[in-house]
Structures are given as structure tokens and as C-alpha cells.
Design a protein around this ligand. Structure first.
Ligand SMILES: Nc1ncnc2c1ncn2[C@@H]1O[C@H](COP(=O)(O)OP(=O)(O)OP(=O)(O)O)[C@@H](O)[C@H]1O
Length: 364
């Protein structure tokens, strides 16, 4: 007898579809989330993330497709359970705590247990979100970050099988956000809930997700670990969603594309096919102009090409240096850690890290 080692799916979505006024907003979307796994549904505004989440929550009816939570059909084949019968916890950006209830009463709100069990669960959760001793306070006595943690405790109190979070941190100021994200992640992991977190911020998805599902125009275009989605994007738009990108165009011949930065391997592209070599700013290497001579090429860096600094901007952790390239005047941007602020007009040399570039068919 064989036994599957894959953890059982807590949330299973198959072929979910929804249109508004004839316009498809979610199109044939499928995803699976295991217990204890955080999947970030990441995509630009309007791509259908919230609609997906709302269908899973049970506040929006799908046109087609099925949703199972813990192996139980909650939507599809003619059935549609209301939110309260789905065992889902919800957390939204504009989470509202009940202002007239204390923190403890807020957290206990969805609990049906007896008094003692309820009190135990409330204490346990307040401890987890670092709010021990806050039970008797009212929401208005708490900071935004503290209120957020109460909202998290409240959503988790009934031990939902699936936690749905829609931009839960976007109402918080930047300095608070990282700390709250980390606390939230820790608590979610301890509880072992399956989490679907909707966000349009790549940094948040990279930081929070075990898996990222990148969404565009109602479809998931790529799914994988943050490392893979960042380092092996399926297309130029997927690469560009995480950072600015530089694009160098060429034509593939015999699985090679010649560029001013030397030849790039472009296997799988037909002879004469236009290709784009895409590279993030941090993977361009800068070298000095030694009286008009560039650096000696190395196998990983390839050939250097000369450009002139157009401007340099200091961004705190890094500096962005924009170049006009000698070979055709095109603009390329390199980022360097720390402060490197060459003056406009300075000639410098650029190299492309071969192991960090992506090759795609050219877009029209
Ligand atoms: N009830 C509705 N009626 C009509 N159109 C809707 C409805 N709900 C959403 N839409 C449209 O569906 C599209 C996707 O909306 P959705 O809120 O799912 O996107 P999103 O990716 O979550 O974007 P955002 O991050 O801006 O919330 C949008 O064009 C939106 O205007």
C-alpha cells in the first residue's frame, strides 16, 4: 500500500470563475493550501484578488467552480454555504473591533464554548499576540498596531480551518508593519491554520508567504516559493512585478543572442526570433573607466559595455544609477548597495550577471 506524503489540503479551489457585467474577473482559478501554509495571492489592483477571497469566504457567489474546506464542499455543484458555516476566519484592512466591548470580549465574540474554556482561549490568544493584561481595556485605549493584534486574536479564536486576509496590514504605518507582520506570521504558524493572504505588495508576499500565487487579469500566472517566483519569473511582467527591470533586445541565432554585453545563451528560441534579456538593477555590475578601457571580461560577467551616468539617486539602503549606453543611447539602471553617487556625465562600464538574467520572447 502506498501512502501519500503530501499534507492534506485544507483549502482546495478548483476552476473558480466569476464575471461582472460580462467581464471575467476571476477566470478558471485553482489553488490548494495545506494546514500551516501561508499562500500570498499577489497581483496588481483590480486583477481579481479580493473577488477570489470573497468567493472563498462565502460573501460572493462564483459563476462556476468548486471550493472545499477540510475536504468538505462549501461551494459548487449547486451548494453554497454561508460564511458562518465555512470555518473561515476573516481579516481585512479596515477590521472593526466592537468599540463598546473590551478586548477580551472582542476576542471571545465568535466563541461558543463554556465560560471557562472561553476565558482560557482568550488568555492564550492575548498571550500569543503579546497583549497579556490588555483584556479589560477598550479598543480606543489601544494603538493601531495593538488593535490589529486584537483583530488577529479575534479571527483566530474559533480555530478556523482557513484564514482569509485581505491587505490586513495596509492601514498600518511603515514602522509598525514589519513587527506586526512577524508577530502575525508566528501566531498563524503556531495555530496551524491554512492562510490565504491577499496583497498587492511584493515585499509583503516575499516576507509572509510560504508560497506566492501571482495573479494577473483574473488568472494565476505563476505559483511557487518566494525564491522561485522571484528568481525564475515566467515572463517579463512577472519579473517586473517585483522590481524595476532592464531589458536588452536581440535576435536568437543558433541558440545564442549577440548583444553589446556579449553573447547570451538563448536555447529554445527559433533562429531569428526576437528575444528580450531581462535583468534586475541589482544584477548589473558597475566598473570604472580606466582611461576609456573597460574591465577585463570574466566568464560570468561577460563583456562590459560603456555608458554615461545620467543621474544617481540615493535611496537609503541602496543607490540607483541611471546610464545612457554608448551603443544605442538606451537607458539602463543599476542599483548598488550603500552610497555610490557618481556625477552625471561620468563614463562607467556595465556588466550583466549571466546567472541572474532571464530570457523571454520579445513582446511587441
Ligand atoms: N460587485 C462588483 N460588481 C461589479 N464589478 C466588480 C464587483 N466587484 C469587483 N468588481 C470589479 O472586478 C475587478 C476585480 O476586483 P477585485 O476587487 O477582485 O480586484 P483586486 O485585485 O482585489 O484589486 P484591489 O487590490 O484594488 O482590491 C475590478 O475591475 C472591480 O471593479
Amino acid at each position: 500500500m502506498t501512502q501519500s506524503s503530501a499534507p492534506a489540503a485544507r483549502l482546495e479551489v478548483r476552476h473558480l470563475t466569476r464575471a461582472f457585467g460580462g467581464k471575467p474577473v476571476v477566470a478558471d482559478l485553482s489553488l490548494t493550501i495545506a494546514a500551516g501554509q501561508v499562500t500570498c495571492l499577489l497581483g496588481p489592483s483590480g486583477c481579481g484578488k479580493s473577488t477570489t477571497l470573497r468567493m472563498i469566504a462565502g460573501v460572493e457567489r462564483p459563476d462556476a467552480g468548486r471550493i472545499e474546506i477540510d475536504g468538505r464542499l462549501v461551494s459548487g455543484e449547486g451548494s453554497f454555504l454561508p460564511p458562518e458555516a465555512r470555518s473561515v476566519g476573516l481579516m481585512f484592512q479596515d477590521f472593526a473591533l466592537f468599540p463598546h466591548l473590551t478586548v477580551a470580549q472582542n476576542v471571545a465574540f465568535g466563541l461558543r464554548d463554556g465560560r471557562e474554556a472561553k476565558a482560557r482561549r482568550v488568555d492564550e490568544l492575548l498571550e500569543r499576540v503579546n497583549l497579556r493584561g490588555y483584556g479589560a481595556k477598550h479598543p480606543h485605549e489601544l494603538s493601531g498596531g495593538e488593535q490589529q493584534r486584537v483583530a488577529l486574536a479575534r479571527a483566530l479564536a474559533p480555530r478556523p480551518r482557513v484564514m482569509l486576509m485581505d491587505e490586513p496590514f495596509s492601514g498600518l504605518d511603515n514602522r509598525l508593519r514589519d513587527g506586526i507582520r512577524d508577530t502575525t506570521l508566528e501566531v498563524l504558524k503556531e495555530e496551524g491554520t491554512a492562510v490565504l493572504l491577499v496583497t498587492h505588495e511584493p515585499d509583503e508576499a516575499l516576507r509572509m508567504g510560504d508560497e506566492i500565487a501571482l495573479m494577473r487579469d483574473g488568472r494565476i500566472v505563476q505559483r511557487g516559493s518566494p525564491y522561485n517566483v522571484y528568481n525564475a519569473p515566467v515572463d517579463r511582467a512577472a519579473a517586473a512585478f517585483f522590481s524595476d527591470v532592464n531589458v536588452i533586445r536581440g535576435q536568437s541565432r543558433g541558440a545564442l543572442t549577440e548583444t553589446p554585453f556579449g553573447a547570451f545563451l538563448t536555447p529554445g528560441h527559433a533562429d531569428g526570433a526576437p528575444v528580450e534579456i531581462v535583468i534586475r538593477p541589482q544584477h548589473l555590475k558597475i566598473d570604472f573607466d580606466r582611461g576609456g578601457r573597460g574591465p577585463l571580461p570574466t566568464p560570468t560577467d561577460g563583456t562590459a559595455a560603456r555608458g554615461t551616468v545620467v543621474r544617481a539617486r540615493f535611496l537609503g539602503r541602496e543607490s540607483l544609477v541611471e546610464f545612457a549606453m554608448d551603443f544605442d543611447g538606451s537607458r539602463l539602471t543599476a542599483s548598488v548597495p550603500g552610497v555610490f553617487m557618481p556625477k552625471a556625465g561620468t563614463p562607467l562600464w556595465l556588466m550583466i550577471r549571466r546567472d541572474r538574467c532571464f530570457v523571454f520572447p520579445a513582446q511587441r
